[in-house]
Design a protein around this ligand. Structure first.
Ligand SMILES: [Zn+2]
Length: 530
């Protein structure tokens, strides 16, 4: 194997030399050749057989902020150890992740990634899928989405391997526009979906970019930026790595120990055969990379090949009539509430993606023919409850948000969305955005009312509660998930619900949730001591 590689490298160096003589190397070939040399040379890179490393990292989530468009939420701080079989393309990461959001907790788990299957040992999320819950002790195979994402990010982070891969496939390397950061131009090439920018002085890769889709911000750049280069054996390794989403640092990784060509225990990289047999293959096509990555930042990722629901535990989305003319979209991890008015519809929340919204739109068109979605009300701006906002506004309508959300959503709706996998690009310039400061009422021609109240709450500024007076039904997201048993003591979120009800002078019988199902209100009121 090694001998073959060395022969290959020599042959390619020879061919490359010949090409250079004939017409001169192209700029992209020069950039790649310089990066390979700066990394330690093709031979040194080809000699990398195993990697063991330790690291620490911090992550932030911009679209779970307190204020709309405001400061990012600190998500977690982690330590990890990893082993990588470079030539077998298998890795194992053992994580201890201490989350700060949405609630303080620690998940200790391992991820094994191989070319054809991925495996998670332990609990890594509050959104555990059915496979994880059935396993004892908890473990599950990765979805095809997660495996494809792990492969992409593994390839992005393996700078030495990526440089050598580009060197071996010059026909796939194209010159790209320079990436300019803080006035400095970095020459760049594109290769297999990556845009690799090089440090003009050292020749080393400076950052690896992908052009991703974010369900709030539309077309985004996602970069891994390298610094703190250190020579390990004969190879240069970037010990600091930062992820930038549209230029904002959302994760900061520091490797503290990096060794090469240590003996590995193959058993630690093995996926049990019965798991492997049923495991998903890596997904291709439109992988929702940002959803997969960033739901993991806050420890709530539901590992499934449908981002709306657990394909191993749910039949999929469905409408449930919770009161005459009031329908709860359930079956997924995130719900909406649809209120049927005399000649239009009001929808609370636009969760997850425009694919989920497309399901809602086609369902309401057949269920309520001739009644357009005239009002789309967001309880709050977080990406998981607002990520399908475009898809609910395709036929027009007014977007209703809690103050101060108008400016934020104006920017969101104006952002380019050419990479949206679920919706063809279009303009939302005609959409009216209504900002609610305290409360608002929508009335139809027969007098049915739907109301919304801005809440004093610990979760998000301008968060709103929905209220359907004739159904005596409230709608609340994230601070109470009706259905599961209430905790022994009221928490600040539950108290916020009770205070809003009291302040507005409402007499609810039940609540439906953006998560969970429905529940009576009396038990919550009792818990809060009302
Ligand atoms: Zn939220």
């Amino acid at each position: 194997m090694r001998r073959t590689l060395i022969a290959l490298v020599s042959a390619l160096v020879a061919i490359f030399g010949l090409l250079s003589c004939a017409s001169g190397p192209t700029k992209e070939q020069q950039l790649v050749a310089k990066a390979v040399e700066a990394t330690g040379g093709a031979q040194a890179i080809a000699d990398l057989r195993t990697v063991t490393l330790k690291g620490t990292a911090k992550q932030w989530e911009p679209e779970q902020s307190d204020v709309q468009g405001g400061e990012m939420r600190f998500a977690n701080e982690m330590t990890y150890e990893a082993i990588v079989d470079v030539q077998g393309r298998a890795s194992r990461f053992d994580f201890v992740k201490n989350f700060a959001y949405p609630a303080p907790r620690t998940f200790t788990f391992s991820e094994i990634v191989t070319p054809t299957a991925g495996y998670v040992i332990g609990v890594d999320s509050n959104g555990r899928n059915a496979e994880s819950q059935k396993a004892n002790p908890p473990a599950h195979s990765m979805s095809g989405y997660r495996l494809a994402t792990a492969h992409r990010e593994g390839a992005r982070g393996n700078t030495a391997g990526l440089m050598l891969a580009m060197f071996f496939s010059p026909e796939q390397v194209k010159l790209a526009a320079d990436i300019v950061v803080q006035g400095r131009a970095y020459p760049a090439v594109s290769y297999q979906g990556f845009i690799v920018a090089f440090d003009p002085q050292t020749g080393l890769p400076a950052r690896v970019r992908t052009l991703d889709y974010d369900n709030i911000w539309g077309d985004v750049t996602y970069d891994l930026v390298f610094s703190d280069w250190k020579k390990v054996g004969n190879v240069q390794i970037a010990m600091n790595r930062k992820h930038e989403l549209n230029g904002r640092v959302i994760s900061d990784i520091q490797w503290t120990d990096f060794r090469i060509n240590q003996a590995l225990d193959a058993k630690r990289l093995a996926i049990p055969p019965e798991v492997r047999a049923n495991a998903a293959k890596p997904a291709s096509g439109n992988v929702p990379y940002q959803w997969v990555l960033r739901r993991q930042f806050i420890g709530v990722y539901m590992d499934s090949d449908n981002v709306s629901y657990d394909t191993k535990g749910s039949q999929g989305l469905r409408l449930q009539e919770v009161s005459p003319g009031v329908h709860h979209v359930v079956g997924g991890t995130h719900n909406s509430l649809i209120v049927e008015m005399s000649d239009f519809l009001v929808i609370f929340d636009a969760p997850v993606t425009d694919a989920q919204s497309a399901w809602v739109m086609s369902t309401v068109k057949s269920r309520f023919p001739g009644k357009p979605v005239r009002w789309v009300v967001l309880t709050h701006h977080h990406m998981d409850h607002a990520g399908g906002v475009r898809g609910l506004l395709v036929d027009g309508g007014t977007l209703v948000v809690g103050a101060p959300g108008r400016d934020h959503f104006q920017k969101v709706l104006a952002a380019p969305m050419t990479r949206n996998p679920d919706l063809t690009p279009r303009s939302f310039a005609a959409i009216q955005i209504m900002e609610v400061t305290m409360s608002h009422v929508i009335t139809d021609s027969r007098g049915r009312q739907v109301m919304m109240y801005v809440m004093d709450n610990p979760h998000a500024k301008g968060m709103m509660m929905g209220w359907v007076p004739d159904a005596k039904l409230g709608f609340v997201t994230d601070i109470w998930s009706p259905g599961p048993p209430l905790p022994a003591k009221p928490n600040p979120g539950l108290v916020a619900v009770v205070n809003t009800v009291k302040k507005a002078g409402l007499q609810p019988e039940r609540f439906a949730g953006g998560h969970g199902s429905t529940s009576d209100y009396a038990s919550l009121a009792r818990l809060a001591g009302q």
